[in-house]
Design a protein around this ligand. Structure first.
Ligand SMILES: [Zn+2]
Length: 246
């Protein structure tokens, strides 16, 4: 499994950056996780748009869905030019009715409703979902390969023990770290670097990748905070790198 951060900023992109998105690849299958602002541009530094097979959406906040409109335009143009012969498989929850029906109406997408009650087979993975603690309904994701290796994504969430049994057993945790621990009361619905470390420690993952960064302070402090509680490999998700789980 190859994971490439495309956008690592929370709320809005920094200069020449993008908000939340990861590209997950295995056995030639290519899945985008969230589609925030600047993501379509970032995606094309790695693959051509027509090579994208699926999109999974965690929730309908703009920093996770801002580029969906331009993605739909891209799919339409590539289909009209015969570069693309299939709809994009889109997996999203229906608890944001307006957004979900917009996805369903688009003929260049084939949208499947997801929920914590039912796992989905997406390309080579078994994907499971768990509700997070966020102002809008949001789903954490776990992708499990045929060889039983898993990677878990917190999506956006405040601290919740509900995620512990869900993440447990994963090799890698991709956790949001939206703020510094001293500011956690001011930023509801999100995790601090320290809390991301706590999640990694309590679930016994090997490796922690932090994402969804704040636009203030020194983001390297997020890693220091996480390392106060978690001794495994911990780093900021770096859009110039890809990470591998074998
Ligand atoms: Zn967000």
């Amino acid at each position: 499994m190859k994971i490439t951060p495309l956008g690592v900023w929370g709320a809005y992109p920094n200069a020449n950056g993008a908000t939340s998105a990861f590209l997950l690849e295995e056995q030639g299958f290519r899945c985008l996780i969230d589609c925030g602002s600047g993501v379509l541009s970032a995606l094309q530094t790695h693959i051509a748009l027509h090579e994208l097979d699926a999109l999974v959406i965690t929730h309908y906040h703009p920093d996770h869905i801002a580029d969906i409109g331009v993605l739909q335009h891209g799919l339409m143009i590539e289909t009209l030019l015969n570069k693309r012969d299939r709809p994009l498989q889109v997996y999203a929850h229906p608890r944001g009715e307006e957004h979900f029906s917009q996805l369903q109406k688009n003929k260049y997408m084939k949208t499947t409703a997801v929920s914590p009650q039912q796992n989905q087979t997406i390309g080579p993975w078994n994907v499971s979902f768990r509700e997070t603690e966020h102002p809008v309904y949001c789903l954490a994701l776990k992708f499990t390969s045929e060889n039983n290796e898993s990677i878990a994504f917190t999506a956006d969430t405040a601290w919740t023990s509900n995620l512990l049994p869900f993440i447990k057993g994963s090799r890698m945790l991709v956790s949001e770290a939206s703020t510094y621990h001293s500011m956690i009361e001011q930023i509801p619905g999100h995790l601090s670097g320290r809390q991301a470390g706590q999640l990694a420690y309590e679930t016994g993952v090997d490796r922690l990748l932090l994402t969804h960064f704040p636009h203030y302070g020194n983001i390297n402090d997020l890693v220091s905070e996480a390392k106060e509680v978690f001794s495994g490999e911990t780093e900021l998700a770096d859009p110039t790198k890809s990470y591998f789980i074998k």
